[in-house]
Design a protein around this ligand. Structure first.
Ligand code: PMP
Length: 284
């Protein structure tokens, strides 16, 4: 596989980053994941807009502008002949000579940009046909979840807890309300209405969330942006999550309680279809 590191395309075995890189020592960095379908990028401009916001919040800068970033994405897709899958990109605060909590001067310590691709079948999904099970877990992450940082340890722990409980993912709960999934935004459907938490510092503003809510509104579907509880989720007619790599994924049980008839619901299935149609149409 050919990967990208700070201006170079290299075989993955030859790619190197300093052990002093602040991404490695402090989880001081941000990332984005964009899906590829038919060799083209989905929602790319949404991902770069969020990237720029994440960078600004952390006083980080990108070593390349957004046009160059698109060019690198395309070059990696071509070099690796990716038809379906994703492109991962990460910017960290570079490698000062020593370990120091203070941010280094960006003029002296340039940020590190790494990117790689993963080929994977994502449109045709057995999982989407059967739906997934979630458990609820306390949300113990830091309070700026609106910034897409590389500190994903708690999300990993939440996924492991789900696996141990025989489930597929965990929905995190704070002050009695669901925030989001370990790597996705969470939704329930009650009496035809789509309910998902409003944006704020408690959750990541999902690019797929924004697109799905737009398409749902255009299809005259009813939407309510507000926090919901785990109890409400258990009594919902259906549920689903969204993320760039899974699109719209039906959820069929919450903490062992089956929703509806235990199969992916009609709203979730319809939204998956609409999202895929529209996102592929507008892919670049
Ligand atoms: N929330 C969290 C915590 C995530 O990690 C992700 C996936 N990056 C999402 C939501 C979904 O965001 P997107 O639709 O942009 O992939």
């Amino acid at each position: 596989r050919s990967v990208y590191v700070n201006g170079d395309y290299l075989p993955e075995t030859e790619a190197r980053v300093s052990i002093f890189d602040r991404g490695f020592l402090f989880a001081d960095g941000v990332y984005e994941v964009a899906s590829v379908v038919g060799g083209k990028l989905l929602d790319f401009h949404g991902h770069t807009a969020r990237l720029q916001r994440s960078l600004k919040e952390l006083e980080l800068r990108s070593p390349v502008d957004m046009d160059e970033l698109l060019a690198i994405h395309r070059e990696l897709i071509a070099r690796n002949a990716v038809d379906e899958g994703m492109v991962y990109m990460q910017i960290t605060r570079g490698a000062p000579g020593d370990r120091d909590f203070h941010f280094p001067d960006p003029e002296q310590v340039p940020p590190t940009l790494v990117m790689f691709t993963q080929s994977k079948q994502i449109v045709a999904s057995k999982t989407a046909e059967t739906g997934i099970k979630v458990i609820s877990i306390d949300d113990l992450r830091w309070a700026r979840r609106d910034i897409k940082t590389v500190q994903l340890l708690y999300a990993s722990m939440a996924k492991m807890a789900a696996e141990k409980a025989g489930a597929d993912d965990a929905w995190m709960v704070e002050d009695g309300f669901v925030t989001e999934g370990s790597s996705n935004n969470a939704y329930i459907v009650k009496n035809g209405k789509i309910i998902t938490r409003q944006l704020g510092t408690e959750i990541l503003p999902g690019i797929t969330r924004a697109a799905v809510l737009k398409y749902a509104a255009e299809a005259q579907m009813e939407i309510e942006e507000r926090a919901f509880t785990v109890e409400e989720a258990k009594e919902a007619d259906e549920a689903f999550y969204t993320s760039a790599s899974a699109f719209v994924m039906p959820v069929v049980s919450v903490d062992g309680v089956s929703l509806g008839d235990g199969l992916p619901g009609p709203v979730s299935r319809r939204l998956r279809e609409i999202y895929l149609d529209e996102a592929v149409k507008t892919a670049i």
